[in-house]
Design a binder for this molecule. Structure first.
Ligand code: F3S
Length: 388
C-alpha cells in the first residue's frame, strides 16, 4: 500500500508508539485487501466494548493503548458496553464486573472516544455526510450507514475502527470504492411488510439465502427509519451483507430472487423453537425516540403481568430526550436500560429463562451466546398477552 511521507513517519514511530501501532494495523489490513492507499475518514464507530465479550485480555489491551497517549482525531463513538452504567445493580452485575467494565470505559474516554454506548450512533449525533468515508464496526450500523445514510464503510473490527480513529484514515478498498457498491442481486418482495418484525425477517431471510450479496430490494413499501434499522441489523446477522439498495435505478442482468410470506415463515420457525417467554426484549438495534414514544403510548395505563419482564434497550442520548415517555413505560412495570443490550450484557444474570424479541438479530445472538431459550414475537402480541 502506498504511504505518504507523513504516513511513513507515523509508521516508523516518529510520532510515538500509539500512532505507530495504529498505523501498523492499518497497513497490515491494507496489504491483506490490496488497498492502494489510505483515505481520510469523517468518523469512527468502535465495537468491542463489553467486558462480557472482550474479557481481561481486551481490557488490558485498551488500557495499555490508552496509556501510550493514544488520541482519536475524528469524531468517534462507542458501541454498547456490558451493563447500564448507572443501573448495573438492577441487572445482577457484580461489583468486580462493574469495575472492570468501567476501566474499559475510562480507557476509551482517555483516548477521546465519546461514551455514547450505542449501536445507533446516527440517533445521537454521529451522522456522516452523504458520500463520506467512515470506519464503523457495529455490523447493523455498517449496513445502515452504507445503505440509508449513503456513507461508505467496510465492516471494521473494533481494533481497526479504533486504529482508524487514531490515524483519521482507513485503507481504500471494498465498499469505499464505487465499483464495489453496485447491487448484484435483485430481490423482489412478494408479501406485505408492516411491522419491524416483518422487516427484520426479510433481512434475515435475504442474508440466509444470498449471504454475501449486495441486494437491490424491490417492492418494499411503508418503511421508515426504524424499519430500515431493523432490516439492516438482520441482513448482517444471517449473512455477511454490509450494504443493500432499495431505491434508484435497477441495473439490467442482475440475478433474481423472489421472497414471499412462506420464505419469511421459514426464517421465523428457524428462530422460534419454543414459545413461552418470560422476558421480552425490545431495542435491537437500540430504540429510537419514536419507538420509545410508540411503546409509551401503547403501554400507558396498563400493568405488566407478574413474573414477566419487558426490557427496552436504548442509548442514553435517546433515553434523556424521551425521559417523560420512559417514565410512562417504567410505571407500567417495564425497564428501560441504556448503554447496553440483551446480547452484550450477560443476560443469564437476568434470572429469566426465555427471551422473546421482535428482532431476528437479538434472538439469533442470545440463542447462541446465553443459556436462555429464545423466540420471535410481534409487538401487538406483547401488548395483548403480557399486560393487564
Ligand atoms: Fe445493537 Fe446489541 Fe442488537 S449492539 S444491534 S442491540 S445485538
Amino acid at each position: 500500500m502506498y504511504l505518504t511521507k507523513e504516513e511513513e513517519k507515523m509508521l516508523s514511530g516518529e510520532y510515538g508508539l500509539a500512532i505507530q501501532k495504529a498505523m501498523q494495523l492499518l497497513v497490515a489490513i491494507g496489504d491483506i485487501f490490496e488497498a492502494e492507499y489510505l483515505i481520510d475518514i469523517e468518523s469512527a464507530q468502535i465495537s468491542g466494548v463489553s467486558y462480557n465479550n472482550i474479557g481481561d485480555a481486551g481490557l488490558e489491551f485498551l488500557e495499555e493503548f490508552s496509556n501510550l497517549n493514544a488520541k482519536v482525531v475524528v469524531k468517534s463513538t462507542l458501541n454498547p458496553c456490558g451493563m447500564d452504567i448507572d443501573r448495573w445493580k438492577e441487572m445482577g452485575i457484580s461489583r468486580e464486573y462493574y469495575e472492570k467494565q468501567m476501566r474499559i470505559i475510562r480507557a476509551f474516554e482517555r483516548m477521546g472516544v465519546e461514551i455514547s454506548c450505542t449501536c445507533t450512533p446516527y440517533f445521537v449525533g454521529n451522522i456522516p455526510k452523504q458520500g463520506s468515508h467512515i470506519a464503523w464496526s457495529e455490523s447493523s450500523a455498517v449496513v445502515f450507514a452504507n445503505s440509508v445514510l449513503n456513507a461508505r464503510t467496510n465492516r471494521e473490527g473494533g481494533p481497526s475502527a479504533l486504529a482508524s480513529a487514531i490515524i483519521g484514515k482507513t485503507p481504500y478498498y471494498g465498499l469505499h470504492k464505487d465499483e464495489n457498491r453496485l447491487p448484484n442481486f435483485l430481490v423482489k418482495i412478494e408479501t406485505d411488510l408492516r411491522t419491524s418484525l416483518d422487516f427484520s425477517l426479510l433481512g434475515y431471510t435475504i442474508g440466509r439465502l444470498i449471504p454475501s450479496s449486495i441486494p437491490y430490494i424491490y417492492g418494499i413499501k411503508h418503511y421508515d427509519i426504524d424499519k430500515l434499522k431493523a432490516i439492516s441489523a438482520a441482513l448482517a446477522t444471517s449473512g455477511g451483507i454490509s450494504m443493500f439498495h432499495f431505491k434508484g435505478k435497477i441495473r439490467d442482468k442482475l440475478e433474481r430472487l423472489s421472497i414471499d410470506k412462506k420464505e419469511l415463515e421459514i426464517s421465523k420457525e428457524m428462530l422460534s423453537k419454543n414459545n413461552e417467554p418470560d422476558l421480552i426484549c425490545i431495542g435491537c438495534p437500540h430504540c429510537s425516540y419514536d419507538e420509545i414514544l410508540y411503546l409509551a403510548k401503547a403501554i400507558k395505563g396498563k400493568k405488566l403481568k407478574k413474573d414477566y419482564g419487558l426490557w427496552i434497550w436504548t442509548s442514553k442520548g435517546v433515553f434523556q430526550r424521551a425521559n417523560k415517555y420512559v417514565k410512562i413505560i417504567e410505571n407500567a412495570g417495564c425497564k428501560v436500560f441504556r448503554d447496553t443490550c440483551m446480547v452484550v450484557y450477560p443476560i443469564n444474570l437476568s434470572g429469566y429463562k426465555h427471551m422473546a424479541s421482535n428482532s431476528c438479530k437479538a434472538v439469533s445472538y442470545v440463542a447462541s451466546v446465553s443459556g436462555l431459550k429464545t423466540s420471535l414475537i410481534e409487538l401487538s402480541d406483547v401488548f395483548s398477552k403480557f399486560f393487564e
